[in-house]
Design a protein. Structure first.
Length: 122
């Protein structure tokens, strides 16, 4: 009976000790350590408690240069990735059709400042 009580108390202490610990950081595919957020997470919300700061290793590769290509049909594709455009700037001849592709999990719109066009939700 006494051994069983000691065992149960030990288990309870271990369970309580493990409560409230933050998960370990994930290792990025590039070999670096990340803060545990995925590619579509934009960081902690303002209501989230602060994470303890720890050093992290970040390995980045230069972004591949994307050549802007106007196809034979006169179209150019612009991708919306999270809150950026790929390519970031586009200059095309008059009459070129722009195709907007949203590849992020959030809906976006493409709207002219003067209201000349609006894509609606993408």
């Amino acid at each position: 009976m006494r051994t069983r009580r000691q065992f149960l108390v030990s288990v309870a202490v271990m369970l309580l000790a493990s409560c409230g610990q933050l998960p370990r950081s994930a290792t990025a595919e590039s070999g670096g350590v990340t803060d545990g957020y995925g590619p579509y997470d934009y960081g902690p919300s303002l209501a989230s408690p602060e994470r303890p700061s720890s050093p992290s290793i970040v390995t980045t590769a230069p972004a591949p240069s994307r050549q802007l290509t106007v196809t034979s049909t006169g179209t150019v594709e612009i991708r919306i990735v999270n809150f950026d455009f790929e390519p970031a700037e586009v200059t095309v001849p008059v009459g070129t059709t722009l195709v907007w592709r949203n590849v992020s999990p959030t809906t976006h719109t493409v709207t002219a400042k003067d209201g000349a066009f609006d894509s609606g939700l993408l």
